[in-house]
Design a protein around this ligand. Sequence first.
Ligand SMILES: NC(=O)c1ccc[n+]([C@@H]2O[C@H](COP(=O)([O-])OP(=O)(O)OC[C@H]3O[C@@H](n4cnc5c(N)ncnc54)[C@H](OP(=O)(O)O)[C@@H]3O)[C@@H](O)[C@H]2O)c1
Length: 236
Amino acid sequence: MNVLITGNSSGLGLGLTKRLLAQDAIVWGMSRSGCPIHDDDGLRDRKVDLGNLNAIEEAMDRLMSDCLRLDLLVLNAGILGRIQEMHTTDVHDLEHLYRVNVWANKMILDWFIERRIPVEQVIAISSGAGHNLSHGWGGYAMSKSSVNDLIALYAHEMPDTHLTALAPGLVDTGMQDYLCEDVDADEFPSVQKLKDARGTDAMPSPDESAEQILGLLDTLKKGDSGQFVDVRTMND
Ligand SMILES: NC(=O)c1ccc[n+]([C@@H]2O[C@H](COP(=O)([O-])OP(=O)(O)OC[C@H]3O[C@@H](n4cnc5c(N)ncnc54)[C@H](OP(=O)(O)O)[C@@H]3O)[C@@H](O)[C@H]2O)c1
């Protein structure tokens, strides 16, 4: 299996990388700090800041030069930004958040389309936050909503690829450190649910979440391409 995962230095992306390497997949990865796995011949990794859109094409050219086809592209890299009200959020911070969470994904999809490199399945990691639009989740929620739209739009342009915008549910990663430890639930009540979920089955580890997502790939392909799917509704 040939797989490209963005944001594989930590959290869910690292969990997916570990699971796929254990299944003898070839995994290409991109992140700023680099994947911490150094002893696996199946891993090709490149340090790149996906917030620098000018760097992406060259990074893809260098990283993916030996790739003739992909079975799976996981557009996972993402940043949360701060939980704060929209009217106090600097528009330049929003711009940066959109570059990483939305436009980098567009550029990576374009890279494959322009080079006519077949991609069987795309999973863009979205979030329930894009639907909930809760108080304080401003830029992140908007960017994930835009990821859902981006995937729906690219489904028209990639008829031979199956695309899904997938909300993974709560995953116990670095993002949750900030949400559960630093955000005041009195000011932003939606984070109380996360604090309550931490340490329970409602917030699995990145490895457990990765296993769940990889187990859903075939089922997802049976649905329409371009859809938003929340893993929590698939388990109902
Ligand atoms: N954790 C949750 O409960 C949850 C829920 C819903 C959705 N998600 C989504 O799941 C995805 C993975 O997040 P996570 O929870 O695993 O958090 P994480 O541990 O913070 O992982 C984020 C990954 O994205 C990479 N990344 C961030 N900015 C980047 C940049 N400018 N250039 C390249 N790579 C960058 C990070 O690598 P570097 O820092 O090394 O660059 C890291 O590998 C995100 O899209 C997130 O929105 C998470």
